[in-house]
Design a protein around this ligand. Sequence first.
Ligand code: 2AM
Ligand code: CA
Ligand code: CA
Ligand code: CA
Length: 270
Amino acid sequence: MEIYKFAQEVISDAGAFIRQRMTEDFNIDSKLNPNDLVTDVDKETERFLFEKIEERYPDHRILGEEGQGADIEDTDGVLWIIDPIDGTLNFVHQLENFAVSIGIYIDGKPYAGLILDVMKDDLYHAAYEQGAYKNDRPLHDIEASSLKSSLISTNANWLVRDGINTPFIQIVKDARSVRSLGSAALEFVNVARGTSSAALFYRLHPWDFAGGVILLNEVGGITTTLLGDGLRLLNTNSIIAANKTIHAEIIEYFKADEAFIRNHKKFHKL
Ligand code: 2AM
Ligand code: CA
Ligand code: CA
Ligand code: CA
């Protein structure tokens, strides 16, 4: 439990660092795609977390979006998977609705998941088989729901992408309604809080889901690929994070679509 406690402290400190740093100027660059932005604050926050963790636990390994642990190829030992800012576009455009996300795995097994809503300073955290919390308050088990009576979340980009969008379009038609927040980690939080019944993504990286999977599991939710398969922790995956009832209903839309299955396999190099 010592690592879990330390993780709660270090993620809260990272939130304070970001809130302070945002009051000063920062540079914004684009990555490969002009809409894929990264700021100085993303990089500095990853550095901040790396230095604190490394100082306390020199033998732990750290994989981060902004370059830490890019050579990591196995899940041996204690592995921290970190997204210093999840929702960088929200950070740049809204100055809210972004998170720090941390998933800790020991020999590939879930140990703890932590997601900090930075501007609200709300910390969602869970240790494996110890329950999930919003700050000091326990989160309750989520309820079963059907697609037709549920709010779900997905990103509009997948709805306009030929070759894979047919099942997404039908799901949107059959759901009560659809929301899109723009931070994968906070979309996991919404499912864990029960304010959304399912979150669907065609591609997430390990740092986008590593914390959320553990949090959601502690309130009785489930996370798999859109075809219902287990996640590969060090790879990109398609993701559905949901209550178990709607999960079973939604994956059938994807499993029934041969073009989707073919393109999904190629895209994720399965
Ligand atoms: P980021 O802000 O850490 O980059 C937005 O819909 C969500 O998708 C965010 O969690 C965002 O994480 C992530 N994201 C951003 N660019 C992406 C990309 N090119 N592929 C997959 N996910 C991406
Ligand atoms: Ca990014
Ligand atoms: Ca992310
Ligand atoms: Ca990020």
